[in-house]
Design a protein around this ligand. Structure first.
Ligand SMILES: Cc1cc2nc3c(=O)[nH]c(=O)nc-3n(C[C@H](O)[C@H](O)[C@H](O)COP(=O)(O)O)c2cc1C
Length: 190
């Protein structure tokens, strides 16, 4: 049975439209808009009121450093063309926000998983708040995000891990997902 969205529900509409983009218009994002997105992101569910999210907003100098590292790291893994492309995408991102998790108990795997999950929820909040303002996000979590040099650039602490590097901007084209219906992944039990 296919369930249709309810067009009078803004959240339904936001969830059914694309919110992600890889390419952005050359339009700046006001700092107060970024601040609003961050304030909305933190209204995410989190266990033990841990509030494990940390945000880093790189300025010009940090962005230049990040672009250089991204170029070098990518060249080593994927070659010169990919390196140039990665550097270009970073350079052209109207805004960048690095979102990390500060683990509240690094001895306890369960607490770590909860902290990581809460940060993912915060990123989704930020994405939906951005969407409501006509913005889109590219959430990156690949090798650049996991590279130790990136952790250095964002001055991460020992018990902190990057969850995503978000490119944010007014989109040129969105990313469409071809999703299986929930019914194909759901067990209804007696
Ligand atoms: C945990 C996580 C990590 C992701 N990492 C990447 C990534 O490294 N590169 C990428 O292109 N997309 C990545 N994505 C996917 C997109 O950023 C985005 O979620 C997807 O395009 C669909 O977004 P939308 O349905 O909100 O429009 C990741 C998504 C999640 C949830």
């Amino acid at each position: 049975m296919q369930i249709l969205p309810n067009p009078s529900q803004p959240i339904d509409c936001a969830l059914l439209e694309w919110r992600s983009a890889r390419r952005f218009q050359n339009a700046p994002i006001a700092e107060h808009t970024l601040r609003e997105l961050l304030e909305l992101a933190i209204h995410a569910p989190c266990s033990r009121l841990a509030q494990p999210w940390r945000f880093s907003v790189p300025g010009k100098i940090t962005r230049t450093r990040l672009t250089r590292i991204a170029h070098d790291v990518t060249r080593g893994i994927a070659g010169s063309n990919a390196a140039l492309q990665t550097a270009k995408m970073l350079h052209q991102a109207p805004a960048l926000v690095a979102v990390s998790v500060q683990y509240t108990n690094s001895q306890n795997i369960r607490a770590q998983r909860e902290d990581y999950a809460a940060v993912c929820c915060a990123i989704q909040n930020l994405t939906l708040a951005a969407h409501a303002r006509g913005l889109a996000i590219w959430w990156r979590s690949g090798y650049l995000v996991r590279h130790p040099s990136t952790a250095d650039i964002f001055k991460l602490e020992n018990n902190e891990e990057l969850v995503g590097l978000l490119h944010i901007g007014y989109p040129i084209a969105g990313v469409y997902q071809n999703l299986k219906p929930a019914s194909s992944n759901t067990r209804w039990l007696e």
